[in-house]
Design a protein around this ligand. Structure first.
Ligand code: PLP
Length: 417
C-alpha cells in the first residue's frame, strides 16, 4: 500500500474536521443562519434549538449538566475566563492560587496577570514523568487558597494527572478546582462529577471539530461557582460570556464530542498499538534516543491496558530526544512527516520547551526533542514510513555533527526517562 505524503503526525497541535462534523455544520451557515438570541422568529428558534442540542452533547461528554456549559472562542479564552474570573470573584475570600510550571501558556499567563493584580501564585514542579501528585497539591493549600488549576493531560509529553485524587484534595479544603482538559477530552476518561472538577476548559479543534470554538464548564451546584466575566455586552451565556453565538461552530463542536466519546476506547487501543510500533521502530533503528515523559504502558495484543492499570500518557503521544541532533534541523529534514518540537507556540520562538525543562531534560536534549502526535488518520504504513524517515534523517544529521561522537559517551540508548 502506498503512503500519501505528507503525513500528519501533529494531532496535539490541531486535528482536521471530521466530514460528519462538517456536514452537521453546513446548514447553519446558509439556510439556518439565525441568531440564537433572536426570540421573535423561527430563524432564531432554529438556531437556539441547535445550540441547545450541542450544549447537551458537550455536557454529556464530561458528565455535566447542559446549563453548566459556557461556549467560548476556544480554550485560551476558557482558561483566561476561569482563572481571572474566579480570582476576581473570590478576591475577598483569599488571594492564593496554585498551578504547575508544566501547564500551557494559556494557564500560566493569566496566572502571571493575577500576580500583577496582587495575588500570590504557587507554581508546583512535576516529577521526571511530568506528574503532579495529590499530596503535593494538598501541601500547597493554605487558608487563603481560592483556586487550583492543573491540566488533565500535558500537550507535549502527554502525562495524565490523577485528577480524581487532586479534585478530592481540593474539595476537602473547599478550594475550587479548574482543569485545562483540552488534550485529554474525548481521548481519555474525563468526568467532572467523579473527579470533583469545578471548572474545565475544552476546545473543538483538538477533537476533529472546527477551530475557534471552545467551552468552559462552570459547576452550577455543590458548590455553585461564581465568575467575574471578562467579556461584557449583550449578556449571552447567562451573562458569563457576551457575544453572538458561533452557531455553526457550536453545532460542529457538539457533533465532534459525540463522535469522539462514542469511539474513544477503540481509538485509544488503536493509537496505543500505533505508538508502540512507532517507538519500537525508532528505538530499534536509531541509537541514542531517549523517551521524554512517562514510560509507555504495557499493552495487550489488541492495545488494551492491563486490567486496573492507569493510563500514564495520552494514547497518541510520543516524545523522543535524539542526542546530537538539533530538533529544528530534524523537523526541517523530515519534510514528509509533520511533527513538532513541542507546543505550536514554543516551536515559533525556538526557545527550549518549558515542559521539558520542568521535568529536568537538559537544554541540549530538549533542543533535540520531537513530539509525535498520532491521531485518527494515521495508519501502520504511515508509522513505518515515519520510522524510516526519522532513521535516515537522524543518521544524516549526526554525520554532519562532529560533536556527536562525544555526545554518545554520555547518553544511554533507548533509556526510558
Ligand atoms: N491548553 C492546552 C493544553 C492546549 O494544548 C491548547 C492548544 O493549543 C490550548 C490550551 C489553547 O487552545 P485554543 O487553541 O482552543 O485556544
Amino acid at each position: 500500500m502506498t503512503v500519501k505524503l505528507p503525513i500528519y503526525m501533529d494531532h496535539h497541535a490541531t486535528t482536521p474536521v471530521d466530514p460528519r462534523v462538517l456536514e452537521a455544520m453546513m446548514p447553519y451557515f446558509t439556510r439556518a443562519f439565525g441568531n440564537a438570541a433572536s426570540r421573535s422568529h423561527v430563524f432564531g428558534w432554529e438556531a437556539e434549538a441547535a445550540v441547545d442540542e450541542a450544549r447537551s452533547q458537550v455536557a454529556a461528554g464530561m458528565n455535566a449538566q447542559p446549563r453548566e456549559i459556557v461556549f467560548t472562542s476556544g480554550a485560551t479564552e476558557s482558561d483566561n475566563m476561569a482563572i481571572l474570573g474566579v480570582a476576581r470573584a473570590y478576591r475577598e475570600k483569599g488571594r492564593h492560587v496554585v498551578t504547575a510550571v508544566s501547564e500551557h501558556t494559556a494557564v500560566l499567563d493569566p496566572c502571571h496577570v493575577l500576580e500583577r493584580e496582587g495575588f500570590e501564585v504557587t507554581f508546583l514542579y512535576p516529577d521526571r514523568t511530568g506528574a503532579i501528585e495529590a499530596e503535593q497539591v494538598r501541601e500547597s493549600l493554605r487558608d487563603d487558597t481560592i483556586l487550583v488549576t492543573l491540566m488533565l493531560a500535558n500537550n507535549e509529553i502527554g502525562t495524565i494527572l490523577p485528577l480524581g485524587e487532586i479534585g478530592a484534595a481540593c474539595r476537602e479544603r473547599g478550594v475550587l478546582f479548574h482543569t485545562d482538559a483540552v488534550q485529554g477530552f474525548g481521548k481519555v476518561p474525563f468526568d467532572v462529577e467523579a473527579m470533583n472538577v469545578d471548572l474545565a476548559s475544552v476546545t473543538a479543534h483538538k477533537l476533529y471539530g472546527p477551530k475557534g470554538i471552545g467551552a468552559l464548564y462552570v459547576r452550577a451546584r455543590k458548590p455553585r461557582v461564581r465568575l467575574e466575566p471578562i467579556l461584557h455586552g449583550g449578556g449571552h451565556e447567562r451573562g458569563l460570556r457576551s457575544g453572538t453565538l458561533n452557531v455553526p461552530g457550536i453545532v460542529g463542536f457538539g457533533k465532534a464530542v459525540e463522535i469522539s466519546i462514542a469511539g474513544r476506547d477503540d481509538e485509544a487501543r488503536r493509537l496505543r498499538l500505533l505508538r508502540r510500533r512507532l517507538s519500537d521502530g525508532i528505538l530499534g533503528e536509531v541509537p541514542d534516543v531517549s523517551l521524554n515523559g512517562p514510560p509507555l504502558p504495557e499493552i495487550g495484543p489488541d492495545g488494551s491496558l492491563a486490567p486496573g492499570a492507569l493510563e500514564p500518557r495520552l494514547p497518541g503521544n510520543l516524545n523522543l530526544a535524539f542526542a546530537g541532533v538539533e530538533g529544528e534541523a530534524l523537523l526541517m529534514g523530515l519534510k514528509d512527516v509533520a511533527v513538532s518540537s513541542g507546543s505550536a507556540c514554543t516551536s515559533a520562538t525556538l526557545r527550549p520547551s518549558h515542559v521539558l525543562k520542568a521535568i529536568g531534560v537538559p537544554d541540549d536534549l530538549a533542543h533535540a526533542s520531537i513530539r509525535f502526535g498520532l491521531g485518527r488518520s494515521n495508519t501502520e504504513e504511515e508509522v513505518d514510513f515515519a520510522v524510516g524517515a526519522v532513521a535516515v534523517t537522524v543518521r544524516r544529521l549526526r554525520e554532519l555533527t562532529p560533536s556527536y561522537g562525544s555526545a554518545r559517551e554520555g547518553t544511554a540508548t533507548g533509556s526510558g526517562r
